[in-house]
Design a protein around this ligand. Structure first.
Ligand code: FUL
Length: 499
């Protein structure tokens, strides 16, 4: 909207009405952008969230001992791959499942390092054979990820059951921080570091013997750790103990249907991990870590992968509920993923392509109850919802917290899922919505009525039949209507997809 008044809002002295300069409304906000609802994500949290679906690779000493938590006193020679470990094969396999990256465990709680580190002798160079001695997982993993255009990061356990220094301040500086720094030599574009909070119980500490109790809340000097990592790896989100993304609170591959990316640190966020807190003070988005096989995090004799259908369900219940999914697929003693895992991942990739691969929304005409007044360089029109651009968004004017969005197709088609994405750079705002379909443009039927249609966040995928386990035959649809029934402030969506 243009106005013909002076900057102060008053006609300028000595000027006749017709002389007034034409100026844009709202000089302080020429794009008329909505004010953010705090808290909002940092740039690195945005990049991290966009990774959506990535792999976890638990491989190391436990692969050879059959343990899940090694004691830290294992002989280095027990690490003896039957072939050269092949992180490129791991990443190729998960890429076929639609994953955008992965995190490799390079030191688990037993303290055995999968690269030739200066910080401890308990590492691959003293392994049981030449394959072991030449192993360097972070080097090969990062290199493969770069070649495959995938994101990569490392799991490096803060808890170290081998280090004689564990429990003293020297461990934090001379071992743990030094190990994080060493990893940066393999790449500074790491997207996430996984700092696990596990520290066992009394008597667990130290392959060197003895009980060492630490208090996670200060022992690892997190603010310093975060700054040190960010100085070298500016886009690296510190998970868990690091405080930039939260544990979803279960290891079963599901997030709450209502899932806020906002949370309070320090007030046992993990007990509330599945849901977050509507009025949380921090942007602390949820990551769901789940096992892709039917036994442990590490490979075990006789295990098999979950079915592709089960993994697809996990995807819907995590990525589809405003969380990220880090899905574990453990390499076996050859240092590669077993063939059954590779096949399962391929099949999962096919399911995802078949069911969520072709977006029907761009073929629809989109109308909305209200479009926010455009600014100089930005519009908030309905068409922004289906233009395939995550940086353009639809919005209502300030004060309008409810709205309807209608997608109409020329000919009716069968649809199964609707995906909504908020423009979270301005906060997670939507609190309630509903979805209806019509075959004739007259009679509307509510869909997914058994699903909590509350929060949206980065991404929400709603199965219209309300089921995450049964694909069903879809609903014949001439038009689809999404009604936003409640929002913290004017709602903003950047994309609607229909499958
Ligand atoms: C847990 C660890 O204790 C497990 O061994 C595993 O690494 C899992 C992903 O995190 O807290």
């Amino acid at each position: 909207m243009l106005c013909t008044i002076g900057l102060s809002g008053l006609p300028l002295a000595g000027m006749a009405q017709g002389d007034f300069a034409i100026v844009q409304q709202n000089l302080a906000n020429p794009d008329n952008e909505p004010a953010p609802v705090q808290p909002v994500p940092s740039e690195r949290q945005m990049l991290w969230q966009e990774t959506e679906f990535y792999a976890f690779f638990h491989y190391g000493m436990n692969t050879y001992t059959g343990l899940e938590w090694g004691n830290g006193d294992e002989a280095e020679t027990q690490f003896a791959p039957t072939a050269a470990p092949n992180p490129r094969q791991w990443l190729e396999a998960v890429k076929a499942a639609g994953m955008k990256g992965g995190i490799a465990v390079v030191k688990h709680h037993d303290g055995f390092c999968l690269w030739p580190t200066e910080t401890t002798d308990h590492n691959v160079t003293r392994g049981g054979n030449d394959f072991a001695k030449n192993t360097n997982i972070p080097r090969d993993f990062a290199a493969a990820a770069k070649e495959l255009d995938m994101k990569y990061g490392f799991y490096i356990s803060p808890w170290d059951r081998n280090s004689a220094l564990y429990g003293t301040p020297r461990y934090v500086n001379e071992v743990f921080l030094a190990q994080c720094a060493e990893l940066a030599q393999y790449g500074t574009d790491q997207f996430e570091m996984w700092f696990d909070g596990a520290q066992g119980g009394s008597g667990y500490y130290g392959g060197q013997g003895g009980t060492r109790n630490v208090d996670n809340s200060y022992y690892y000097d997190i603010p310093n750790l975060r700054d040190s990592v960010h100085k070298v790896c500016p886009n690296c989100v510190l998970w868990g103990v690091g405080g930039e993304a939260r544990w979803i609170g279960n290891e079963a591959g599901w997030a709450g249907q209502t899932n806020w990316s906002t949370e309070n640190r320090g007030t046992a966020p993990e007990s509330n991990g599945m849901y977050g807190s509507e009025d949380g003070w921090f942007w602390l988005p949820g990551e769901s870590d789940a096992k892709g096989t039917n036994s442990g995090w590490f490979w075990h004799q006789g295990e098999s992968p979950q079915t592709p259908e089960r993994l697809f369900q996990m995807y819907l219940e995590t990525v589809g509920r405003n969380a990220t999914l880090i899905l574990n697929m453990p390499p076996d003693r050859s240092g590669s993923l077993p063939q059954a895992t590779v096949t399962c991942l391929e099949n999962l990739g096919n399911l995802l392509k078949q069911r969520l691969g072709t977006d029907l929304a761009p073929q629809a005409t989109v109308t909305v109850s209200e479009e926010r007044t455009a600014g100089s360089n930005r519009t908030y029109v309905a068409a922004n919802l289906t233009d395939g651009d995550k940086d353009t968004y639809w919005a209502t004017n300030d004060g309008t917290k409810t709205a309807t969005i209608t997608l109409t197709w020329e000919n009716p088609l069968f649809i199964h899922y609707v995906a909504l994405q908020e423009y979270i750079r301005k906060g997670q705002r939507i609190k309630g919505f509903k979805i209806e379909t019509t075959t004739d443009g007259q009679t509307w039927t509510e869909r997914a009525a058994n699903v909590e249609r509350t929060t949206v966040g980065y991404k929400r995928i709603i199965p219209l039949n309300g089921s995450t386990t049964s694909y069903g035959s879809g609903f014949e649809t001439k038009a689809l209507r999404i009604t936003i029934t409640d929002s913290k402030a004017c709602p903003l969506l950047h994309t609607i997809s229909v499958y």
